[in-house]
Design a protein around this ligand. Structure first.
Ligand SMILES: [Fe+2]
Ligand SMILES: [Fe+2]
Length: 190
């Protein structure tokens, strides 16, 4: 992987800044994959490509979702940002030749999470939150936790995100609530 054409296509479509962010996510995901026993190649591909649909140019994401036969729920319809996960999964498959379902799913759910996230899903979700370029209130606590207890770090990141989204008056996706509750129940049973 990490062939030249992938780097060039990513920089051209998502821009240099988001490409650097993607490298940060890739490297963090590889570190976490080593700790939590996940296939390094899957973590590398999913990390590098997770934002491949965060286009730098104005693009009609609704039309693109329609063209890819992505079924939109009402939250996605009203929060177009969330579409870059599902669309990214399709772009990774069609344009970057990724056939691995685990990788495509991790890209699909990297923004919302989902109930019963796989370990790879979790690694990409949290790597996106804590990669070295991230610098916001509360990130250090999540960063530390990610290397100690993956579930606890995701729960904290989701709680922070949900509070942030509520403060901004936006919609919360059902998959986020489901995965947050699922983790919460699991951790209580531990
Ligand atoms: Fe993203
Ligand atoms: Fe990202």
């Amino acid at each position: 992987m990490m062939e030249k054409w992938i780097e060039e296509r990513l920089i051209e479509t998502i821009g240099l800044e988001r490409y650097k962010h993607s490298l940060g996510v890739m490297n963090t995901a590889i570190e976490l994959a080593e700790i939590y026993g996940v296939d390094i190649e899957k973590a590398r591909k999913a990390g590098l490509l997770h934002d491949c649909a965060k286009f730098k140019d104005q693009i009609n994401l609704l039309k693109m979702a329609y063209d890819f036969d992505i079924i939109l729920d009402s939250v996605m319809e009203h929060n177009i940002q969330l579409l870059h996960g599902p669309i990214g999964s399709k772009i990774a498959e069609v344009e970057y030749n990724i056939k691995d379902r685990d990788v495509l799913d991790a890209i699909y759910y990297h923004t919302t999470g989902r109930e019963r996230m796989t370990v790879l899903d979790k690694i990409i979700y949290i790597a996106d939150y804590i990669e070295p370029g991230r610098n916001f209130k509360g990130v250090n606590e999540v960063r530390k936790l990610a290397y100690e207890n993956l579930d606890k770090s995701i729960l904290l990141a989701m709680d922070n995100t949900i509070k942030f989204v509520i403060d901004k008056g936006q919609l919360i996706h059902l998959d986020t609530i489901k995965s947050r509750n699922y983790l919460k129940i699991r951790l209580k049973l531990e």
